[in-house]
Design a protein around this ligand. Structure first.
Ligand SMILES: Nc1ncnc2c1ncn2[C@@H]1O[C@H](COP(=O)(O)OP(=O)(O)OP(=O)(O)O)[C@@H](O)[C@H]1O
Length: 269
């Protein structure tokens, strides 16, 4: 491609600014003149970068037992190492392949009850006869660093996390059918029949809570990666939500946001 001559460039420059200024266009108008004209009318233009601060996303991943919450979270940890995945404490026994401090904090019922007494937990619940809860230390540090946080919780836990963090974004995972869900529970081989029945009965009731959640993602048989990609997209979209953007560093802070920022309580569990 040939390089335009200086004369051609000057003519192009003039034409662009002639059409931009649209009045009194003459040979002498160039970009510096137009810039000065704009400043002359509107005052000195700010050169400081308008890079807003973005409030961290608090994402709740929930859904019935066996739908694939753990499997999804494991895959998401690889896809999004920038996120902080809250590690839940539980009194249930470790399943094969699970690791203390990675999948859960596996603690005794006595230890859990001590934590409840000393206020170490953001939230806790008794689920299928076992304690489950979120240690405060798992949340506060990450949020104060501005890191996005993911909570992997059951439906009961989702309700509690939403109470503690009303601005949390919640996502309900479903299998493509009840039959697919039961098949996953059978194949996982972690429950005896009566415990599995309880889980399936509970899953039926839990499906009625879908409407309480912001998003629904289907985790189809053999299509885990698809669900992970959809969740990844949801996180990306949430990071661009205008209500999450804070303009403290910008020269002009929209009045509405200023009012919101003042009203927003400091949410710490
Ligand atoms: N898309 C999928 N296709 C096939 N199998 C899957 C899929 N997602 C998860 N699984 C399998 O289904 C079983 C249940 O998944 P997982 O343990 O992650 O469920 P969960 O929702 O965390 O259950 P719980 O709440 O009981 O801990 C596991 O054996 C997992 O490997």
């Amino acid at each position: 491609m040939s390089v335009p001559s200086a004369a051609v460039r000057r003519r192009h420059d003039r034409d662009v600014h002639c059409s931009a200024a649209s009045s009194a266009c003459s040979e002498t108008i160039n970009s510096a003149d137009v810039y000065r004209a704009v400043e002359g009318r509107l005052g000195i233009l700010s050169t400081s970068a308008v890079i807003p601060k973005v409030e961290p996303v608090k994402l709740i991943i929930s859904g019935p037992s066996g739908v694939g919450k753990d499997a999804i979270v494991k895959a998401l940890q690889i896809a999004r190492p920038d996120l902080h995945f809250v590690i839940t404490a539980t009194s249930r026994p470790m399943r094969p392949g699970e690791k203390h401090g990675v999948d859960y904090f596996f603690v005794s019922k006595e230890q859990f009850e001590e934590w409840i007494e000393t206020g170490e937990l953001c939230e806790w619940a008794m689920v299928y006869g076992e304690y489950k809860g979120i240690p405060k230390s798992q949340v506060t540090g990450a949020l104060s660093r501005g890191t996005d946080v993911v909570f992997r919780v059951d439906i009961q836990g989702a309700q509690t996390v939403r109470r503690v963090f009303p601005d949390a974004v919640s996502l309900f995972l479903v299998a493509e059918s009840e039959a697919a869900l039961v098949k996953r529970l059978i194949d996982r081989k972690t429950e005896v029949l009566d415990k599995m029945l309880t889980r399936v009965e509970t899953a039926r009731k839990e499906m009625q809570h879908i409407g309480d959640f912001d998003y629904v993602v289907v985790n189809r048989e053999g299509k885990l990666e698809e669900a992970v990609e959809q969740i990844n997209n949801i996180i990306t979209a949430e990071k661009h939500r205008s209500s999450r953007v804070r303009w403290q560093d910008a020269d002009v802070m929209p009045q509405e946001q200023e009012a919101q920022a003042e009203m927003q309580p400091s949410l710490q569990c």
